[in-house]
Ligand binder design. Structure first.
Ligand SMILES: [Zn+2]
Length: 114
């Protein structure tokens, strides 16, 4: 079942369940580079939606309904690449392979990914 939510006059659907908040943020960053808008529960909460059912408080990622297929394609790519995640040499945060800089401290990827 696809979960849908109405927010800001748009329909959002769950396209992925992230393992944790950091992964959700990584995916959102990668998708924004592709011009795709991504929301996850914390986004909704900080955006003032305020009345989400408890079940939504997993790390579910939402995209706009019309972007669903594209989002699924990107997730497939993401899952292929996730073994190539790299660790920031400055703050030790883990970053997705598609990132050229650390999401956390904005340090450039040193490029010594083995
Ligand atoms: Zn860093």
């Amino acid at each position: 079942m696809t979960k849908e939510i109405q927010w800001r006059s748009r329909t959002w659907v769950v396209f992925y369940r992230a393992g944790h908040q950091i992964e959700a943020q990584l995916i959102r960053g990668a998708f924004q580079q592709q011009g795709l808008e991504v929301m996850f529960p914390q986004s909704f909460l900080s955006g003032g939606l305020g009345e989400l059912p408890g079940a939504v408080l997993e790390q579910e990622l939402f995209c706009q309904k019309q972007d669903f297929q594209l989002a699924r394609n990107l997730i497939t790519e993401y899952e292929k690449k996730r073994q190539l995640d790299w660790y920031c040499s400055t703050c030790n945060e883990v970053n997705g392979s598609s990132f050229d800089w650390c999401w956390n401290c904005q340090s450039a990827h040193s490029g010594n990914n083995s």
